[in-house]
Design a protein around this ligand. Structure first.
Ligand SMILES: [Ca+2]
Length: 94
């Protein structure tokens, strides 16, 4: 398996394990995923209000949960900010 294939697989398996096999991440599962897996790349991942705010932004159908599709928006957002920080000069802007 290539690095990229492994990375995609990780994205999928992380969702499945955080949602315990369900179709959606509930509030708790989402907070855990973000704080455990994305703390090195995102700010405020230990702030439950910041993570709640993030979840609300992702929750397109407003059901209070994060579907796989909505989770992929987060991955896209993180990937995008990563690529901008690599290309830009604000590598460590706060
Ligand atoms: Ca939703």
């Amino acid at each position: 398996m290539t690095d990229m294939e492994a990375a995609i697989k990780t994205v999928v398996t992380t969702f499945i394990s955080s949602s315990k096999g369900k179709d959606n991440l509930d509030k708790k599962g989402f907070q855990k995923l973000v704080s455990k897996q994305l703390g090195g790349i995102m700010e405020d991942t230990n702030s439950s209000s910041a993570v709640e705010e993030l979840k609300r932004g992702l929750d397109e159908n407003n059901d209070g949960k994060v579907s796989f599709q909505e989770y992929l928006s987060l991955i896209g957002y993180v990937a995008n900010s990563l690529s901008q920080s690599k290309c830009g000069t604000n590598a460590d802007a706060s």
